[in-house]
Ligand binder design. Structure first.
Ligand code: PGA
Length: 246
């Protein structure tokens, strides 16, 4: 199974969302129909979720939110409810993205609670993990992967499905893609940790960090790379289609 996921961050209005899908959906359905094991999903900004869900009706493309809180409702100003995402037809929630961790001070313990809540609602969480440049250069990559997985998945239900996105922080939005060896090594570590913790060997592990049409083919053939989480290159329908074609 391969998953191609688009992280739109804080880009696009509802009108731009509809325009994107009017270019993307027809050609993408050819790819999806001829590759039954492939999934394509989008994480648009919360305000655009409804426009995205409406746009993809009748197509196999799935929609999810970039974050959600661990309660469905209450006095939590500014948060996004996973229950509401579900009620409009969303199926996935991205959690623990490095921008949430760094800019919004999200800790592993908070991410773990969000993860459990998303699973309880019957939605699929995609947990992002990855080391900073400083951590890599000081030889801490494995330790960071282990810590973020054990804390982030500490409340996870092994019977329910989810995905991991390994995104080295230094490769996000920088144009610096990790080498094939670095990706293979990190994904092997994630795979080992998941099985040691009793999670399914089928849990998809996506790579993210400056994935572009010209590096997608080599990256998708790396062992244990089960798809991509794409930021910048997913904003343009043509370039994201090329990546999905990989
Ligand atoms: P990028 O972003 O593809 O622009 O590097 C990836 C991400 O943040 O998920």
């Amino acid at each position: 199974m391969k998953i191609f996921a688009a992280n739109w961050k804080l880009y696009k209005t509802p009108t731009e969302t509809r325009d994107f899908f009017s270019q993307f959906l027809e050609p993408s359905s050819k790819i999806l129909n001829s590759n039954p094991g492939t999934e394509v999903l989008f994480f648009p900004p919360a305000v655009n979720l409804e426009a995205a869900v409406q746009s993809v009706k009748g197509f196999k493309v799935q929609i999810g939110a970039q974050n959600s809180y661990f309660e469905s409702e209450g006095a939590f100003t500014g948060e996004t409810s996973a229950q509401t995402v579900k009620s409009i037809g969303g199926t996935w929630i991205l959690l623990g993205h490095s921008e949430r961790r760094k800019l919004f001070s999200e800790a592993d313990e908070l991410i773990a609670k969000k993860f459990a809540h998303v699973q309880k609602l019957g939605l699929k969480p995609m947990l992002c993990i990855g080391e900073t440049l400083e951590e890599r250069e000081s030889g801490k990559t494995k330790a960071v992967i282990q810590k973020q997985l054990s804390l982030g998945l500490s409340l996870a239900d092994a019977k329910l499905s989810f995905a991991i996105a390994y995104e080295p922080v230094w490769a996000i939005g920088t144009g610096k893609v990790a080498s094939l060896e670095q990706v293979e090594e990190a994904h092997a570590e994630v795979r080992t940790e998941l099985s040691a913790k009793g999670f399914s060997a089928k849990t998809p592990i996506l790579y993210g960090g400056s994935v572009k049409p010209d590096n997608a083919k080599a990256l998708i053939n790396v062992k244990n790379v089960n798809g991509f989480l794409v930021g910048g290159a997913s904003l343009d329908a043509k370039s994201f289609l090329e990546i999905c074609q990989a």
